[in-house]
Design a protein. Structure first.
Lengths: 494, 334
């Protein structure tokens, strides 16, 4: 096979920090290549060098289709057929699908817009990728998966020969991921090289032919995907072994905390009965639209059910708002921590104390600075959050640490029941491990945890008991020790 | 696969413009029934002439809003352009091309100043334009002492009157300077926004600035263009207004900003950027004009006019927000 891209001796420094050290990378024509590494391992910097946004230090060589470039610029790199789909997709949600796909037509000097040729390009690309939406739809009306397909179309319309996707699956459901994987293999057949950057190691191994692992800015190696498994991969990424065993419930698993009987809400879910016990971690999985998030919101008082009963500690309760739920000791960590779970521009202190302002209030209802500071210091220490100054804005933290801040915010309310919706989306493997550790500790302290996740291994290895939802019904309720990944996958997709 | 034509009508039917059009037609019909003077050629030409000033400014503001910014300094810009241009014309003599060139130049330069502060120093556009409004206006009042200019060159005072025709009993109509400038501004802005790549880049930038930058759009250049365009529109509007008023009054324009903002917002432009159309702005302007004119024709005190304008804005914005709320999938609500 011929190489599309060859890079050698690539280094990059930012100030005194070595973001990349002497990295080599070759990408073959028509190859699916995955780039993995923890946050800060240099993946993004490497992508920026390939896309021409950053220039490497002197001594690096970049050869594209046999031609050597001393360095790239975004214009050269696009010209060579390199397209990057960033995690935020970089789409224009106020504009139509046609215009987004054919946006490159608007580049260049002042000229009139040829709408019919833009439309022709867009429709042809959409047919190639197989999207069936009205091309005049505004992108804001599409689902995340639909938007991703539009972003892929845009890259193809720009004549991509190398398509780099940064965390493409982070906000997709399993079903949508399958569609994407199929699409990527079609692209590969037409000779396009695809580079995936992902934290989900299972997908990496499913889709890639070769995997390049980066750690601390240096390349650990490039491996054939067939010769490696996710345990080995995480070991290579972190230098640390992450071996998870299925969780066996403590003998001391306590009394039933939350009991739900025959709960239903029209259009969302129906006939759901379940129990959560103190000290137990219960995993809940199912496809998007299976009703799992809607159920979780009902348990948190935000999506009141039409039928059925809920009981906390044996007493019947009705939750009409989430304020009721919080008062009764039910906490919910939303999936979308960036928009719903955190106030990104405010300080760490403000975020962590948000849920407990009443409790911190002293005389006259005023909150002393010292009370706030000691509260924050306690949780930062307890959850091992790396914080240089608690007055910094939350957005200055890494994804893993942001997720811990959300957890701290809710743990501070001393919940009896903690509902976690996709707690490890978009965080790297070491941060995931930290979050699992926190969940285990909470369970040991007697909290009943309900963890919602798309990732079957996650619910299997980090819950005591697993629930599966399909089309609004609870279809399985098994002990993690008594089931397997395949059995769960079948229950979810059947 | 080409879509049948009714598909695009379906999209139009859900749009803000469609509802606005319905409201305008209903208003016109009821005002026409209530007062015979409303639906006359005379009133149409009067409205077009007297709302040309607001309309031209609204088109400039539309472009700024689509780009994701805001500018409220345009009335001060217009005052400066008007005063300087007609003082020069009085002192040195000039012709139409000359006065428009001067007014456009002054407007564009003041707009460029806004753009530099907004984009180079990343100061929010509302703050910059509040400041420049006061600075431009303050300097103008200081140097002129607030004195009006009543003597204008004869050719300017006479104005333009093209395509004269008779309608009904010995009343003649024609295209005057105001209508000509308004029509030209609508045509040019529509071409810019819908038929030029620059206009589409402005939409894209207003929708997602980061993505526009990554694609290689020249974000500073686009901002410069947008604020200059606003300034140019202010320059044109200022002459249109002076010709109609037959005087230059440095103190009367500032304060009219909110009429302009009202027309654009009624027309469906979003303060968040990326959204708004020339047709919507036309309808917004029409609704504003009809409301204010209708109140007078109905014999209601014109003191009520701001109240009704405010009420209609609130209702229209709420209706749009409500229809968008219904279209959002349920699971995304909390």
């Amino acid at each position: 096979m011929t190489n599309f891209l060859e890079m050698s001796g690539i280094s990059k420094r930012f100030g005194g920090v070595h973001a990349l050290r002497d990295v080599d990378l070759t990408l073959e024509v028509g190859e699916v290549h995955c780039l993995v590494g923890e946050n800060g391992s240099g993946k993004s910097t490497l992508i920026k060098i390939i896309s021409g946004v950053e220039a490497p230090e002197a001594g690096g060589r970049i050869i594209i289709s046999g031609k050597e470039y001393p360095k790239l610029s975004p214009v050269y790199s696009t010209h060579c057929g390199i397209q990057v789909i960033y995690q935020d997709l970089s789409l224009f949600s106020n504009l139509t699908v046609v215009e987004n796909i054919a946006m490159a037509h608007h580049l260049g000097g002042v000229h009139t817009v040829n709408w019919s040729s833009m439309r022709a390009v867009a429709v042809a690309t959409m047919a190639k990728v197989g999207i069936e939406v009205d091309p005049e739809t505004k992108v804001s009306e599409l689902s995340i998966a639909g938007r991703q397909l539009v972003a892929i179309c845009r890259a193809l319309a720009a004549d991509a020969k190398l398509l780099i996707m940064d965390e493409p699956t982070a906000s997709l459901t399993r079903h949508e991921v399958n569609t994407l994987i199929k699409l990527v293999s079609d692209l590969k057949r037409s000779g396009i090289c695809v580079v995936f950057v992902s934290h989900r190691l299972d997908e990496v191994l499913e889709i890639a032919e070769r995997v390049t692992v980066l750690r601390d800015g240096a390349k650990v190696g490039t491996f054939a995907a067939a010769a490696i498994d996710s345990g080995k991969l995480s070991h290579l990424m972190t230098g640390k072994a992450f071996e998870y065993q299925k969780q066996v419930p403590d003998l001391a698993v306590g009394a039933v905390v939350l009991q739900v009987q025959g709960l239903g809400r029209d259009g969302d879910y129906d006939d759901v009965s379940l129990q959560l016990r103190a000290g137990e971690v219960v995993g809940l999985t199912g496809l998007l639209g299976s009703g799992r998030t809607e159920l979780a919101l009902s348990l948190f008082g935000m999506n009141p059910p039409d039928r059925g009963t809920m009981a906390l500690d044996g007493h019947r309760i009705a939750l009409n708002t989430n304020a009721d739920a919080i008062r009764r000791g039910i906490a919910y960590v939303s999936e979308d921590r960036l928009t719903l779970g955190l106030i990104l521009d405010q300080s760490i202190t403000s975020n962590v104390t948000l849920t407990v302002l009443e409790r911190l209030a002293g005389t006259f209802g005023l909150i002393g600075t010292r009370a706030r500071q000691s509260h924050v210091a306690r949780w930062v220490a307890e959850l091992g959050i790396k914080v240089s100054d608690p007055n910094n804005a939350v957005k200055t933290l890494s994804g893993g640490n942001q997720q811990r801040i959300v957890l701290a915010k809710w743990m501070a309310t001393n919940p009896r029941v903690l509902i976690l919706d996709s707690p490890t989306v978009g965080v790297d493997i070491r941060a995931k491990d930290g979050i699992y550790e926190i969940i285990r500790r909470l369970a040991r302290e007697g909290v009943a945890v309900l963890m919602i996740s798309d990732e079957i291994p996650e619910v299997l290895y980090h819950s005591h008991r697993v629930l599966v939802m399909r089309e609004g019904r609870l279809t399985a309720d098994v002990m993690a020790a008594d089931t397997s990944e395949d059995a769960l996958r079948q229950a979810v997709n059947a | 696969m080409p879509k049948p034509r009714f598909a695009s009508f379906g999209r139009f039917r859900r749009s803000h413009e469609f509802w606005l059009l319905i409201v305008i037609l209903v208003l016109c019909a009821s005002l026409g029934a209530a007062n015979g003077q409303f639906l006359t050629m005379q009133n149409l030409f009067d409205l077009l002439t007297s709302y040309a000033f607001v309309g031209i400014l609204a088109l400039g503001l539309l472009v700024v809003l689509i780009a994701g910014g805001i500018d409220i300094s345009f009335t001060a810009t217009a005052s400066v352009a008007q005063y300087v241009t007609l003082s020069v014309a009085n002192a040195y003599g000039a012709n139409w091309i000359c006065v428009f060139a001067i007014a456009i130049g002054i407007g564009g330069a003041l707009g460029a100043l806004n753009a530099i502060f907004i984009r180079k120093l990343r100061i929010p556009s509302i703050i910059v334009s509040v400041a420049t409004l006061n600075i431009f206006y303050g300097l103008l009042i200081f140097f002129t002492g607030g004195k009006y200019i009543y003597s204008l060159p004869d050719w300017f005072a006479t104005g333009i009157f093209w395509f004269e025709f008779e309608w009904g009993k010995d009343t003649s109509y024609g295209v005057n300077l105001q209508i000509l400038a308004l029509g030209f501004s609508f045509l040019f802005t529509w071409l810019l926004l819908n038929r030029s790549n620059i206009g589409r880049q402005i939409y894209a930038m207003g929708g997602n600035t980061d993505a526009a930058q990554r694609l290689g759009f020249h974000v500073f250049g686009l901002n410069m263009l947008v604020y200059c365009y606003m300034g140019v529109m202010a320059g044109i509007a200022s002459l249109v207004q002076a010709q109609l008023a037959q005087s230059v009054a440095p103190t009367v324009l500032v304060g009219k900003e909110l009429d302009v903002v009202a027309a654009v917002v009624l027309g469906g432009a979003s303060l968040m950027g990326g959204v708004g159309t020339v047709f919507g702005t036309f309808l917004g302007l029409a609704l504003l004009a009809i409301l204010q004119n209708g109140i007078i024709l109905l014999g209601v005190s014109s003191y009520w006019s701001p109240f009704f304008v405010g009420l209609v804005i609130l209702i229209s914005v709420s209706a749009t927000a409500w229809s968008q709320r219904e279209r959002r999938p349920r699971s995304a609500q909390p």
